[in-house]
Design a protein around this ligand. Sequence first.
Ligand code: SD4
Length: 320
Amino acid sequence: MINRKDFIRSGLFGLIPLSVRNLIPQPKASGPFPVVISTWNTGIRANAAAWEVLSKGGYALDAVETGVKVEEADPKNMSVGYGGRPDREGKVTLDACVMDERGECGSVAFLQDIKHPVSVARKVMTESPHWMLVGEGARQFALDQGFKAENLLTPEAEKAWKNWLKNSEYKPVINIENHDTIGMLAIDEQGRLCGACTTSGAAWKMHGRVGDSPIIGAGLFVDPNVGGATATGLGEEVVKTAGAALIVEFMRQGHDPSVACKMAVERIIERDAANKEGVQVGYIALNKDGAFGGYSILNGFTYAVYNEDGNRVIKSEHLI
Ligand code: SD4
């Protein structure tokens, strides 16, 4: 006799029409829930805000949105939202996405003047017939939804840009001094797994450049039957190996989250080993049972976890 869990794992569950599937009693959440995990040391503050939602029995999507908004609003975080480093034209352009426990998603890219791109991404998911809006279209949509336009270039970020202009040298390097994109995954008390990712992207990028962070399957992916993964680092490398989706597929094959992240990091190296000098990518993953892990190419990547054991930073294992 096949049990419900094995039946879902077999893939046959997916063949049942959604209307019938919803009538089948959902399994009781099994993990040490709630749990929230996010990229870098700064994730600790974002986790604390997400925990406020989760610990009151709130919804994982509200938790990840609330959590990453802390970083979007912080002018000291020069990789996300307000205060983010601009592109080479001096424009702050933002990328963000969300994915929920149903596998629904919303995304914005190359968005200007709006402090909370993650909330616009959520609106794209819930209030538009599309999954992604970019540039001026995304900005107009945000204004129509009641978001207000504001200048996101802080004096500090402008100063850093003017300094950079002196040599105008672009090195696509993401390291300990040039990071903080926040990717966050959470499971709420009911076992709902949701994720969000938000960034101002690579500093001094070309105007119009979009990274991995708003790309579903690259910067973020959630499969409610398996788990979720999210990325930070050099987006071009993450996209070329479909990083987050790859990790979810490795977890589907039975690998632990940290092993799945390691395998995805190795895939980046395998693809083009000759050109990886100084390239950093860090992944974190959370499976549907609440197990988590992370892995990066280079030393220096950290992530923050909040669960029943408290909120703490974990130094990621790394390849090099
Ligand atoms: C990007 N992945 O736009 C982002 C940058 C990043 O920490 O993660 N910075 O490529």
